[in-house]
Design a protein around this ligand. Structure first.
Ligand SMILES: [Zn+2]
Ligand SMILES: [Zn+2]
Length: 642
């Protein structure tokens, strides 16, 4: 006689064992139609799951995150069923849910084509129409291996063979087709429909390039067609904003095969990069940081001592010199900063000591993971390490957060989420120290007026941390900044200060980065602004265009004038129609297009247009300079386009 407790605390008695679907139906017809699965005593189960005893239950619909996941997962099964009905020789492997969708890897004799995707999608729609019920059955491990081997599914058999022998294996089937799966699933294929297959790519079995190449089909699935349409629009918008494409169009940088994951910066790209550094330098100098520079190549032994070889060795580039010494190319700046701190004796009165470095680091990333500026092997961090006493953590955290938030606002990021991560399973240091560090960090976050999300157990092995996530113009999240308390490295590398009782003490080290990687931050900015960098960042802030040869001298003179006001200005004296020149520089996203005709020459003026097509009329040169300078001073807090 199960007594069912619902999320609102109300209870319902049943006089016999009931399924989750029956509970939903007892609550209401609408819920019964919308139900996809249930959570029974904390466990996600199918609608067909039978409840025999007292239980608490929550019905899952597509409005719940779990429901969306079930839809995506069930759509991955639908895809596999469709692929095998079109090509019976294709073998299934794995098909997980990913952000916004799912993928499924197949073994097949040749790569799938875009035409194949169309066929699969059409077949999937037929299967949805057929509304085949989905059912579950359980087998012993060995029976499951034998089953999949007998139907020629060797990858599946291999996956199952790796599961412990005593574990029960569940299979989910629809229309005579079956797959290994933990579930839960939608009750029938008719519940699916708001999906689209997006692309196909090669992927190695188990991610290992020594293994067979599989065909990975990506798809997306949503609760309804409206959500699907919105997602596809977002995707299209993201593609238009792809920083690799903008980088090409604006001639900012390139990559080439000889240097995987390392950027070749072109003059205009480097001008922006230098602008980012100059800006950050100004901000952090004002905040009491001192800039240093530490060697890029140091003896491997130092990295053994710091613990990096053990924890990070696989990602380090090594180099051997003719004298047989082995060096590591730095993957992080921290150990170098401790070396600087260790020179001489520091009194507690000197703390906090804040060292900052635009440190170029190298980390080996698998080539498959590289992605334009967003994932590289060589990058520049706006890195800093602050040496403090334990008592100073809170106050320094407040200062740090305020600095970070003001910087993000200058780049037009108004929505910043902060995540707080505490002690992980594997860690160094005793629990009391951890508690004090966590409390100090929390207190600092609160004092800075920041709400944080709690990320339990996600701290670094050496201390708790804050992470800063920026929301861009099309709603995507980018984790950039980090603020970490380190209770480990200073002691490991022998850093000390002398306290008020003349005792040697180990300082706490705070690691912080605001941009994170400058290369990546640059890529994010390009996508955030869709290449229309605000004037203070634009590689060329204005370009002067003459109408005919007659204004050439005046144009070069006016360019010199504006350059002398500290602006980045170029001229375009080509013998082309001025309309053509305007179009071209608009495509290059130059904020100001300044036209010189006879009238402007006579009155020492320029006709001012913005890249958004606004005609601001003719202005004297001084006024043009003042107008652009005002725009520069407002940084990214105000759009030129507004
Ligand atoms: Zn499944
Ligand atoms: Zn560090």
């Amino acid at each position: 006689m199960p007594l069912i407790t619902l999320p609102d605390g109300s209870t319902r008695p049943f006089d016999r064992p009931v399924t989750v679907a029956e509970v939903a139906a007892a609550i209401g017809k609408g819920l019964a139609r919308a139900a996809l699965a249930g959570v029974v005593d904390g466990r996600l189960v199918d609608l067909s799951h039978t409840i025999a005893g007292d239980a608490t239950i929550r019905i899952i619909t597509s409005k719940d995150p779990e429901g969306l996941e079930i839809l995506r997962h069930s759509t991955a099964h639908l895809l596999a069923q469709a692929v095998q009905s079109v090509y019976p020789k294709a073998q299934v492997t794995i098909g997980p849910v990913i952000e916004d969708g799912f993928y499924y890897d197949f073994a097949f004799e040749r790569p799938f084509t875009p035409e194949d995707l169309e066929k699969f999608e059409a077949r999937m729609r037929e299967l949805v129409k057929a509304d085949q019920p989905v059912h579950r059955r359980a087998l012993s491990r060995d029976a499951a291996v034998a089953h999949f081997t007998s139907i020629g599914e060797h990858y599946k058999a291999e996956i199952i063979a790796a599961i412990p022998a005593n574990e029960e294996i569940s299979l989910y089937g629809q229309g005579g087709w079956e797959d290994l799966c933990r579930g839960p699933h939608v009750p029938s294929t008719g519940r699916l429909g708001a999906f689209k297959l997006t692309k196909v790519a090669g992927a190695y079995w188990r991610g290992d390039s020594k293994n067979a190449m599989l065909q990975r089909i990506y798809g997306t699935a949503w609760a309804d067609d409206k959500q699907l349409e919105e997602y596809l629009t977002r995707l299209e918008e993201a593609e238009k904003r792809d920083h690799r494409r903008i980088g090409r169009e604006l001639d900012l940088f390139h990559f080439q095969e000889e240097a995987p994951g390392a950027v070749f910066w072109h003059p205009h790209g480097w001008a922006v990069f230098q602008q980012l550094i100059a800006y950050m330098r100004e901000k952090q100098n004002a905040a009491g940081y001192e800039e240093i520079s530490s060697p890029e190549i140091m003896d491997r032994e130092l990295w053994v001592q710091s613990g990096h070889v053990e924890k990070f060795g696989e990602n380090m580039f090594l180099t051997r010199t003719p004298d047989e010494r082995v060096y590591a190319i730095k993957p992080m700046n921290c150990p170098g900063h401790v070396q600087v701190f260790r020179q001489g004796l520091h009194s507690y009165k000197e703390l906090p000591i804040r060292y900052a470095e635009f440190g170029k680091v190298h980390r080996y990333e698998p080539s498959g993971a590289l992605h334009g500026l967003l994932r590289v092997r060589a990058f520049t961090q706006d890195d800093a390490h602050v040496f403090v006493t334990e008592d100073q953590i809170t106050e320094e955290t407040v200062r740090g957060i305020e600095l970070m938030m003001s910087i993000y606002r200058d780049f037009g990021f108004d929505h910043v989420r902060v995540k707080f991560s505490d002690r992980p399973e594997r860690r160094v240091g005793d629990d009391d120290t951890w508690t004090r560090a966590e409390e100090a960090l929390k207190a600092g976050t609160r004092a800075a007026g920041i709400e944080y999300e709690f990320n339990p157990g996600e701290g670094a092995f050496y201390g708790p941390k804050l992470e800063f996530v920026l929301k861009d113009a099309i709603g995507r999240d980018w984790q950039c900044g980090t603020w970490q308390v380190d209770l480990n490295l200073p002691g490991r590398l022998g850093a000390h200060y002398v306290d008020e009782h003349s005792q040697k003490r180990t300082p706490v080290m705070l690691h912080r980065a605001i941009f994170g990687s400058l290369e990546r931050f640059f890529g994010i900015l390009l996508e955030h602004y869709a290449g229309r960098l605000p004037t203070w960042l634009a590689p060329v802030q204005a370009v002067i265009l003459n109408i005919s040869e007659k204004q050439a001298n005046y144009s070069t003179g006016a360019t010199e004038f504006l350059k002398n006001q500290g602006l980045r200005v170029e001229f375009d004296l080509r013998n082309e129609k001025v309309g053509y020149k305007i179009r071209e520089h608009t495509l290059k996203r130059v904020p100001y297009l300044l036209v010189a005709g006879d009238r402007e020459v006579e009155s020492r003026q320029l006709a001012v247009r913005t890249r958004s097509g606004k005609d601001l009329g003719a202005m004297p040169l001084e006024e043009v300079a003042a107008r652009i300078a005002q725009d520069v001073a407002s940084r990214g807090r105000r759009y030129l386009e507004d």
